[in-house]
Design a protein around this ligand. Structure first.
Ligand code: BGC
Length: 835
């Protein structure tokens, strides 16, 4: 592919346009948690600004999801751009110094530990955040308004901790926030966090804005909302409660086995069913105005439930409201949660006094539960109450649907294995109110589907080799091409492009020779056939590439890009040796630039509860993919937020599968509307902790998998057909997901109709974590056998394992050429589609 290389260092028009677009969308992603009228603030004048996120603003988390930008706007800069005079420069300077010392000491400790253990310091410090220090600086900034920005970072490789300085506020933070609230006439707490923080000690603060992490224009967007230039209209996508109260907290982060004993009772499904108090419920968020949501009608026609609601802006400012529809299924043989989200819709902008009638529809079959005993999705008989409102805890019943008999909506094969325990169940189940006038459903309008499972296709008989050009010209078929490949060529197609030797670290997040900083490529070992390669780059908060690179022998070379504060584990000399080409060392014209724009993190996008916004974000990324020659984006990530302790929650969307699936579908539509660009939904599945992530086994019941952990993937596949999917690092019930034929072939392809390529997460077959774990690495041969087409990024032992399995019937994942051909063909079809 002829690349459009940018040799100028100047800001490019696309950067300006995309930054402006993200700034325009960002207020929809912010959730106003409290407001007594303090917000919005009058713009300009003196402002006392405090807190870890004020200058040290976090635009997104660390790890592969960290986008390398030219510059991003911190809150201090954003407020200054908005005309405020910041009166607390001394406080901010003192904080900078204190936090720098704390980080230096923390990372020096990690380095010492790595040296003692003889492990690479990058692996040990991946995703680690230095704990917030305690300090005491005078809170004496001038002005009658103070803003305190609380920041928290987390990332790939480490989980969050249920301690002060992470999930909980430090003593210093609590003390300062409470003091500031007393001292200033107006006080606002802004949360620059990627996930939940326990706000119980400061809940009385009258104005709290969850700004989140919004990418390149974060500070400007925060200033826009604080000053009322824009209004917030986001809603929480996860329940906020004290960490001890989540059903998933006990046992979280065990290095070997995590038991998902709460079953389907994740997030609000748990808190509402078991009547546990929360700090802020799922779906909650205020605006600068108030809304009245009146339930309208509930009707059922041809197996579809339709609900209307009328929304009126009853306050004095503009705003948008999110109407949410929940249903309560009757508890019969199968226990049911108190309620589940069935649909949602965001209104257009409403002026004071203006109304909109919103209509939300969903199939009756969507209310089915999974019964593992019968291997079927079942609608049990009884009353299905339908509620409408603007958070999971602020709804009113608007109608009910009556099923007079049981309906099986789909019959499938059992899968997944035994987690070794019975799931949590509420006593007595959820009691749905049975109102008069429940609408009977014509059950004949709900067909029962029966899944059909495919067999391995026959081996294609050997043929003379042909070239890729002959396939492109239509002189040969793809089957001819596959049939002409040697075993070794087939094996190469089933793994990413690899170097025969080298440091494994070189291939983490930087394994492409075509685009510097891209995470991987399809094989470069079939060049004699003229086969092009596909380039893959990370996300989900934008496109992750090296910011500058040179081209040597046709290969792009960028520097190692570390994420977060990880550079502090290295000495200045080590850093200099690792650095990529510096513009100053090069002849003019030899250095090229790839400054991408960071979009809001996944959680931020989902907090908009606006599928179109997700699509617009996808479209921005798709345009940058075109600009830099990326075919496959390694995003979106839609693992369920099982616990706020998961270090990568900020990349994910929600504790609810419907919202997660619809956001991923929106992003996918945005990217894939551009010909030749693909998304990769990840990490399939039950990748809900980072601790010992290559060897962590999630024990989960089949019901919880189907209703919660796989559901979002199913929705996205059926709605948007993402071209690629990435399996996860973790095992499920004792086997690596990428080796599980049931997950990839039976469920993903045969039941849902996924038609694309499945790839592994990076280096799952050559585990990078501490050895001596209970569980082994995944097998590359197992990938091929299970239908995981590509083992990424591809290391020599993967090829060896596949070839060994082909010739050895005693191999635990013994292969035939037909297995290899099946995966290779799917990779080639993708190349045909995208290259
Ligand atoms: C992450 C993936 C990412 C891949 C490639 C892995 O460490 O888990 O999300 O796409 O690296 O960089």
């Amino acid at each position: 592919m002829e690349r459009n290389r940018i040799a100028a260092q100047e800001v490019q028009p696309f950067e300006q346009e995309h930054t402006a677009k993200v700034r325009e969308l960002a207020p929809e992603c912010m959730v106003l948690l409290q407001n007594d009228g303090t917000l919005p603030l009058a713009p300009g004048g003196k402002l006392a600004l405090y807190g870890s996120g004020a200058r040290g603003t976090i635009k997104g988390g660390t790890g592969s999801g960290d986008v390398n930008v030219r510059h991003f706007v911190n809150v201090e800069e954003g407020l200054e751009n908005a005309g405020f005079q910041i009166t607390t420069k001394a406080w901010l300077d003192a904080y900078d110094q204190a936090v720098y010392e704390a980080k230096k000491a923390f990372f020096a400790g990690l380095r010492k530990q790595a040296d003692e253990l003889g492990v690479n310091p990058v692996m040990l410090s991946l995703g680690k955040a230095a704990p917030e220090p305690e300090y005491e600086f005078p809170l004496d900034g001038e002005g009658d308004t103070a803003v305190y920005v609380l920041g928290r970072i987390s990332g790939e490789g480490s989980d969050r901790q249920p301690v002060e300085g992470d999930i909980k506020l430090t003593k210093t933070e609590v003390r300062d926030i409470l003091a500031l609230q007393e001292r200033y006439e107006k006080f606002v707490l802004v949360l620059n966090v990627g996930g939940m923080v326990d706000l119980e000690p400061v809940k009385g603060v009258p104005a709290i804005l969850l700004a989140g992490q919004l990418g390149t224009p974060t500070g400007d967007a925060v200033a826009d909302v604080l000053t009322g230039r824009a209004y917030p209209s986001g809603k929480l996508t996860m329940t906020w409660a004290p960490i001890e109260d989540y059903a998933s907290t006990e046992g979280f982060g065990h290095p070997d086995d995590t038991d998902y004993k709460e079953g389907i009772y994740v997030g609000y499904r748990y808190f509402d069913t078991f009547e546990k108090a929360v700090t802020y419920p799922f779906g909650y968020g205020m605006g600068y105005t108030t809304f009245d949501v009146q339930a309208g009608t509930v009707t059922v026609e041809g197996g579809t439930v339709s609900v209307t609601a009328s929304v009126t802006n009853t306050g004095g400012a503009k705003g948008r409201e999110v109407v949410q529809v929940y249903y309560s299924a009757p508890a019969g043989q199968i226990d049911k949660p108190r309620q589940e989200l069935a649909g949602y819709k965001k209104t257009a902008e409403l002026a004071p006094g203006q109304s909109e009638t919103v209509s939300i529809s969903f199939p009756v079959a969507d209310m089915a539960s999974y019964d593992p005993a019968r291997g079927a999705w079942v609608l049990e008989p009884g009353v299905y109450a339908v509620r409408v409102g603007n958070s999971s805890q602020n709804t009113c019943q608007s109608g009910a649907v009556l099923l007079e008999e049981e309906v099986l909506t789909e019959k499938v094969r059992n899968f997944g294995g035994d987690p070794g325990f019975a799931d949590l169940k509420p006593e007595g189940g959820a009691a749905a109110e049975a109102p008069a006038g429940a609408i009977p459903v014509d059950t004949s309008a709900i067909p029962c589907k029966e899944a059909v499972y495919s067999e391995l296709p026959e081996e294609l008989a050997g043929q003379d080799p042909c070239t890729w050009q002959e396939v492109v010209n239509g002189e040969k078929t793809l089957e001819d091409f596959v049939a002409g490949l040697t075993d070794e060529q087939l094996a190469c197609l089933c793994i990413g492009a690899y170097k025969d030797s080298g440091d494994l670290l070189e291939v983490i997040g930087n394994a492409s020779s075509q685009v510097a900083g891209a995470a991987g490529e399809t094989t470069n070992w079939l060049q004699e056939t003229g086969l092009p390669g596909l380039v893959m780059a990370d996300g989900p908060a934008g496109l992750r590439l090296s910011v500058q690179y040179t081209v040597e022998d046709g290969n792009a070379k960028g520097g190692t890009s570390l994420s977060g504060d990880m550079f502090l584990v290295f000495t200045p000399e080590e850093l200099a040796a690792m650095a990529g080409p510096q513009a100053a060392d090069q002849e003019p014209g030899e250095t090229y630039y790839q400054y991408c724009v960071a979009i809001p993190v996944g959680t931020g996008i989902a907090q908009s509860w606006n599928d179109q916004l997700a699509e617009q974000c996808g479209s921005l990324v798709g345009r940058e993919m075109e600009q830099f020659g990326i075919h496959i984006w390694l995003a979106p990530a839609l693992n369920i937020m099982r616990s706020p302790l998961c270090g990568r929650d900020y990349e994910y969307y929600s504790e609810d599968p419907l919202l997660s699936g619809r956001m991923a579908a929106g992003i996918t539509r945005g990217v894939q509307a551009r010909p030749g660009r693909a998304t990769t939904i990840k990490h399939y599945a039950c990748n809900n902790q980072e601790t010992n992530r290559y060897f962590s086994n999630s024990n989960v019941s089949e019901r919880a998998m189907r209703e919660i952990y796989l559901k979002g993937f199913e929705i996205c596949v059926k709605e948007a057909q993402p071209y690629c999917l990435m399996t996860s690092y973790n095992l499920v019930n004792g086997e690596h997901t990428c080796n599980r034929k049931d997950l990839m072939s039976d469920v993903l392809r045969d039941e849902w109709g996924f038609a694309g390529v499945v790839m592994t997460d990076w280096l799952v077959t050559g585990g990078m974590g501490p050895r001596g774990s209970k569980w082994p690495c995944a097998s590359a041969a197992g990938d091929v056998k299970g239908g995981n087409d590509l083992t990424m990024p591809g290391i020599p032992s993967d090829k060896a394992d596949i070839l060994a399995a082909l010739n050895d019937p005693g191999h635990p994942y013994a292969l035939t050429r037909a297995h290899l051909q099946q995966c290779a063909k799917r990779v080639l079809e993708m190349i045909q589609k995208l290259a």
